[in-house]
Ligand binder design. Structure first.
Ligand code: NAD
Ligand code: DAU
Length: 351
């Protein structure tokens, strides 16, 4: 079968990656989508079982830290573009094991850039390297202000330092070698297939099982939350329309203090589980704060909205209801990902 383009999507078995892969496989049958993923604890092929038999979808298991493997993958598939999401993504794990974050997020990204630089030489203008990044590279805000694309980088956690570093390498390969690169920096995502080490799915799972809901510090930290399918749609728009060498911020204009978000989630769970009002909130437990915990993130996505016409589609309360319903309807998925290693991680993190 002849395809118009071959796109390697890295980290396609993870939370956001699986939504991006699904969107591209279904919306662009003329593209061949190669999902390259190492299947770490966070990668799960069950996230893609509804689309994995499609003719334009191929899964390849491999590690972006292995440069020989990456070079071979480029030689075998001759991709026209890379959409790079593979990463170690959890801040708490980066505090325990920073080196793994340097290897995957920095060295892995540079390996992909090197392969692109070699393989696409002489034809950079017809190939694209898209790096999916985070608002955490900008550091932390006080009570006011927002991150724009011009905000100076000021990462505080090993995770955000590794993502900042990888962003710098991507820009350097544009400026030095002329590679067509694009970067987007997005706020906190939520929705289906979110691994329950992150706040929202962890809280849903614990409330469901009548376990304490750990809130770091006083719960006063603020995050901007975006429906994961809106992020996937933004990536689609940016991939197709952005000029080479540009950066776009993506966000929901939807700031929540952690404690207010958890209170709302508890109310939704009371309703769904037929519990008396206030029952789930009794599980809220304030625990030791995260080291170096950034106070507030808020992202200004005006550039993306004005230049490329993207706007978030889903109001947060509705999205959270849908998310809770998804987790309650997908008990088997939740049980599979919370057995085994997850139990060890949970014990180490929360006791
Ligand atoms: P995730 O942890 O759910 O998934 C990461 C995926 O990468 C997994 O499938 C994993 O198996 C794969 N992977 C990890 N190391 C690999 C390696 N060495 N080689 C190949 N594959 C590897 O992460 P996510 O939350 O879906 O985030 C995806 C990307 O989006 C990351 O780059 C992250 O920094 C960025 N991002 C995430 C958020 C968010 O709210 N989750 C927000 C903004 C940006
Ligand atoms: O801002 C984008 C980033 O959002 C992404 O780049 C990261 O990959 C993603 O993990 C996410 O980072 P956060 O650290 O903001 O997400 P997390 O779900 O871990 O935490 C959200 C907030 O909730 C944060 O202020 C810490 C707090 N928290 C988290 C956990 C896991 C708690 O209070 N209790 C918890 O048990």
């Amino acid at each position: 079968m002849d395809f118009k383009k071959t796109i390697v999507i890295t980290g396609g078995a993870g939370f956001i990656g699986s939504h991006v892969v699904r969107r591209f496989v279904l919306n662009y049958p003329e593209y061949r989508i190669i999902n390259l993923d190492k299947l770490t604890y966070a990668g799960n092929l069950a996230n893609l079982k509804d689309i994995d038999q499609r003719a334009n979808y191929t899964f390849v298991k491999g590690d972006i830290v292995d440069s020989g493997f990456i070079d071979q993958l480029f030689a075998d598939f001759r991709p026209d573009a890379v959409i790079h999401l593979a990463a170690e993504s959890h801040v708490d794990r980066s505090i325990t094991n920073p080196t793994e974050f340097v290897m995957t997020n920095v060295v892995g990204t540079v390996n992909l850039l090197n392969a692109a630089r070699k393989q696409w030489k002489g034809a950079y203008d017809t190939h694209r390297f898209y790096h999916v990044s985070t608002d955490e590279v900008y550091g932390a805000l006080g009570e006011s202000g927002m991150f724009t694309e011009a905000t100076a980088y000021d990462p505080h956690s090993p995770y955000s330092a590794s993502k900042a570093s990888s962003d710098h390498f991507v820009r350097a390969y544009h400026d030095t070698y002329g590679l067509d690169t694009v970067i987007s920096n997005c706020s906190n995502n939520y929705g289906s297939f979110h691994f329950p080490e992150k706040l929202i799915p962890l809280a849903i799972n614990n409330i469901k099982n009548n376990k304490p809901v750990p809130v770091y510090g006083k719960g006063e930290n603020v995050r901007d939350w975006l429906w994961v399918e809106d992020h996937a749609r933004a990536i689609d728009v940016i991939f197709h329309k952005a000029a080479a060498g540009t950066t776009y911020n993506i966000g929901g204009h939807n700031e929540w203090k952690n404690i207010d978000l958890i209170q709302l989630l508890c109310r939704i769970m009371d309703g769904k589980l037929n519990r008396a009002e206030g029952e789930s909130a009794k599980l809220i437990t304030f625990v030791t704060d995260r080291a170096g915990h950034d106070l507030r993130y808020a992202i200004d996505s005006a550039k993306l909205q004005q230049e490329l016409g993207w706007v978030p589609s889903l109001q947060f309360e509705e999205g959270l209801e849908k998310t809770v319903a998804w987790y309650l309807d997908n008990e088997e998925w939740l049980e599979n990902v919370t057995s085994g290693d997850y139990q060890n991680y949970y014990k180490q993190q929360y006791t």
